[in-house]
Each structure stands twice: as structure tokens, then as C-alpha cells.
Design a protein around this ligand. Structure first.
Ligand SMILES: [Zn+2]
Length: 473
């Protein structure tokens, strides 16, 4: 859906942070930095383990209490992710929507926007009237989807339409090229869905690639189609034909990873004045639950004597604290690989120079979440040989050039820029890159699923099981 006619985004921060750096230094004694971390940050959480019942009840409870106590409610527009797993509920969003529906009754329209990595379930399709998933990966269309949802909700509240949603799935753990929208089956289906919306054949067509790292029964890609109940068509034929395409193309992938040795060799090819080679550690992606402290590629760069590298990041609050006690200047730090040394390499003890210390707060300015404050917690730049290593306290994948520039690093001036991300980094970093490659450091987010890690998924399920093509529906 085109962005035409939408109010402009508020993206330009004017370069002014609402939380200026709070570092002070005892100049007389050359003593350590003390950093006031400022107000608690509630806006930046990373995928991780299962959501506790207590967190679900408290946060979900606030939404439900508002629906119960602040009525009458004419309509609801919720922005959810769609792959939440809670201690007591495999389908966190489905549970939340079921409880909300029980409060509101069947007539109040509920429109939900989703991440395209949602594991959409029967309960979500049943208890929401419309599900509107992102159509870009990197996700840069949240604004347009929110407006699409608001406009549909407005029409529903006026009684112009009665949205109803059906869902189709196949026995697939993953597919649709992990949701990549540059080309391939995901892009093809999104284009077909938008054409159907434009032609009035459906109110919404949403394609979700799923979140295959969740061990739940209803994991996997889905298509949901929302139609007007008065149209006489339930949208099922569209949903099924789209999922036929997703099933037929399930092997298609644009994810091709280099080994650490291969990536180091590529980094070595850079020449002064070149645009940077951008190397993304796919498997240590914090957005997929990676710990963000994998050291294997950094170790390879150091052992290979590679120079002119900007490295984002090693998430290691203990190493940052140690560096802050040391202050600006020469230092020896043990960093990374502490969460689980088996995944992506163990700790590195390195001698170098601390060149920057920051509170880790800045306002992003790139295509993904521009205008929104980021908070990586106390952060520093540790220069080892020709490598500027960013150390952060709050985990997060690299999606904005501000993650470097806020620390005094201009990534365009390096032969190699290393990031931790599967795909989201491309929105900001592809435009500055001479080339983008992916590296496998053996960290948490492996492409090949480990069958013994899946105990709750429905079976049979491709690729854990062989499935007769004709039996897939
Ligand atoms: Zn996503």
C-alpha cells in the first residue's frame, strides 16, 4: 500500500538527544568515569527466552484493564509482534486477544498490526478482525501499516465494513526466504496481495514468514486474508493459493554465509579509499535471540592482522564497567564469549586503547526506527591494532549508523564494517557498503534447525520430517 496521503513521519531529531551524556571525570586524580545511566529505558527489549507469566499478566493486564474499565470501547488498534511465547501460553498474542475479545464482545472491531516474523495462529485470526503484517524486511513500513490499520478500524467503527480474517498454513517450520522482501517468494506474494487489496478483492492480505526459533505447535509461515463479511467471499481461496506458493518455494533462500576464515580473507582485500565491506554476523543476531557477544569473527580479524575495521559490537556490561574504571587510555580488557563460550567463541583478552566512553543513548536517524531514541547502556570504543571495537551493555543488532557515529566512529571511513544482524542492518548499511557478506560464527541463530531442540512443534513438519508434496495441505 502506498504511503501517499499519510502525514509526514517525525524522523528528524535535529541531532539533539533528550538525554545528554552524563559522564563526569575527576580531572585532578585522572580517576574513573562515573556514568549516570539516566531514566530507565522501557523502549528497547530484545528477543530472548520465554516471557514470564508475571510479565505477561502485568503488561497484558494493563491493556485488558483499560478495555474493561475505560469503556465503552468503539474499536481497538493494537500493535503486537506476534511471536510471543509465555510460560503458560505458547501463543501469547492469541491468549491476549482471546481475553480482550471476552471483555469487548463480538461486535467491537479489533485491528492488529504484526511483525512479518509473527507465528500467526488460529486464535489470533479468530479473535482479531484484521491482522496487518509488515511488508518489508528490514522492517521500515511500521508507519504505513499503522495508518492502514487505523483507516480500516475507522471504516469498521463507522459500520462501512465488517472485517473477518481467515488463515492458511502448511507443515513448514520456515520458508518464504526467512521473510526477505528484496526478491523471491515473499516479495512476489506481497505484490500479489497488494494487487488484490487495490482491486477490492480483499481488505487485507498479510504474509508472515514466521519465527522458526520458537518451539510451539503453531510455528511457521502463514497467510491471513481479511475480507468484508458482507462480500460473500471468506478469502479462503486466496489464502490457500498463496500458501501453495510458499510451500512450493520452501527451499528458496538468499542466505549464503561465509566461514570466519573466508570473511577475514574478504576483509583483507579492502584498500584505503574504498567504501566499506560490510560483514554481518548472521548467527549472533541479537534480534533472533543471539547473545551479541560472539567473538569468533573478531578473533579472526585480530589474528589475521586486518586493519581499518569498525566492529559493532560485543555486548559485555562487565567489560564496559572495567573499561570505565580504567578510563580513556591504554587498557587490557577481557571481552565477549561469556554467556556461552560454545556459541560463537569464548572470551578474548586484548590490550589496546579506550578512545570513547558514552552513556549509549542517541536518537536513530536511519530508515529503520529513525527519530526514536536508542539506549545501549554504558558503551565504549576499544581500539585494538587497526580495529575499533564497540562494547555495549544493552544488547541490540546494528540497524542504524548512529550506533557508530554516536561514539565518534564514521563507518564510511573504514575498509570493513562488522555488524551483528541477519537482515535489518541492510536498511542503513547497504547504502554505504561496497559489498555485503554474511558470516557464520557458530553462534546461537543457526540456519539449519536442530531437530532435538523442537519438542512442541506439530509433526510432521518440514524440514524436520519428509513430507509428501500432495499431503501438505
Ligand atoms: Zn521481524
Amino acid at each position: 500500500m502506498a504511503a501517499a496521503g499519510l502525514p509526514p513521519r517525525q524522523r528528524d531529531s535535529g541531532g539533539v538527544s533528550r538525554h545528554p551524556l552524563r559522564a563526569r571525570r575527576d580531572l585532578r586524580g585522572g580517576g574513573p568515569f562515573r556514568l549516570d545511566p539516566g531514566p530507565p529505558d522501557l523502549g528497547q527489549r530484545q528477543p530472548s527466552g520465554i516471557v514470564s507469566d508475571a510479565a505477561f499478566e502485568e503488561i497484558g493486564g494493563a491493556i485488558l484493564a483499560a478495555a474493561r474499565d475505560q469503556g465503552p470501547i468503539d474499536g481497538v488498534l493494537l500493535h503486537l509482534h506476534g511471536a510471543m511465547v509465555v510460560d503458560s501460553y505458547e501463543d501469547g498474542e492469541g491468549e491476549l486477544l482471546a481475553r480482550l475479545r471476552a471483555i469487548l464482545g463480538p461486535q467491537v472491531p479489533v485491528v492488529v498490526t504484526l511483525d512479518l516474523h509473527a507465528n500467526v495462529t488460529e486464535a489470533m485470526a479468530a479473535h482479531a478482525d484484521a491482522l496487518i503484517a509488515f511488508r518489508s524486511y528490514p522492517h521500515i513500513d511500521q508507519y504505513e501499516r499503522a495508518w492502514q490499520g487505523a483507516r480500516l478500524l475507522d471504516r469498521a467503527m463507522r459500520g462501512e465494513v465488517r472485517p473477518r480474517t481467515v488463515i492458511a498454513k502448511r507443515p513448514m517450520l520456515y520458508g518464504l526466504d526467512w521473510g526477505r522482501t528484496q526478491r523471491g517468494p515473499m516479495a512476489e506474494l506481497i505484490a500479489r496481495g497488494e494487487a488484490l487489496e487495490a482491486a477490492g478483492k480483499a481488505l487485507v492480505v498479510s504474509i508472515c514468514a514466521g519465527f522458526p526459533l520458537a518451539d510451539i505447535r503453531e510455528v511457521g509461515p502463514s497467510v491471513t486474508v481479511t475480507v468484508d463479511a458482507a462480500s460473500g467471499d471468506d478469502g479462503r481461496a486466496i489464502a490457500e493459493s498463496f500458501m501453495d506458493h510458499a510451500w512450493a518455494t520452501r527451499d528458496f533462500t538468499t542466505v549464503h554465509m561465509l566461514s570466519v576464515a573466508e570473511a577475514v580473507a574478504r576483509a583483507r582485500e579492502g584498500r584505503p579509499g574504498d567504501k566499506p565491506l560490510v560483514v554481518a554476523d548472521y548467527t549472533d543476531n541479537p534480534g533472533g535471540g543471539g547473545y551479541g557477544d560472539a567473538t569468533a569473527f573478531l578473533r579472526g580479524l585480530i589474528e589475521g592482522g586486518v586493519e581499518s575495521v569498525a566492529f559493532h559490537a560485543i555486548c559485555d556490561g562487565a567489560a564496559v564497567a572495567e573499561g570505565m574504571r580504567n578510563g580513556i587510555g591504554p587498557a587490557t580488557l577481557t571481552l565477549g564469549g561469556k554467556t556461552d563460550p560454545r556459541l560463537g567463541g569464548g572470551p578474548l583478552t586484548l590490550s589496546g586503547e579506550i578512545t570513547t566512553i558514552s552513556n549509549g543513548r542517541f536518537i536513530a536517524y536511519g530508515p529503520m526506527g529513525g527519530g526514536v531514541e536508542r539506549n545501549y547502556g554504558p558503551s565504549l570504543v576499544f581500539r585494538v591494532g587497526g580495529i575499533d571495537i564497540v562494547l555495549i551493555t544493552n544488547n541490540g543488532q546494528a540497524t542504524d549508523l548512529g550506533q557508530f557515529t554516536s561514539l565518534g566512529i564514521d563507518p564510511t571511513r573504514y575498509a570493513t564494517v562488522a555488524v551483528k544482524s541477519m537482515q535489518h542492518f541492510r536498511a542503513a548499511f547497504e547504502p554505504i557498503a561496497r559489498e555485503v557478506v554474511l558470516v557464520d560464527t557458530g553462534a546461537l541463530c543457526q540456519v539449519a534447525p536442530t531437530p532435538e531442540n523442537y519438542r512442541k512443534v506439530r509433526r510432521p513438519l518440514w524440514p524436520l520430517d519428509e513430507i509428501d508434496a500432495g499431503a501438505a495441505r
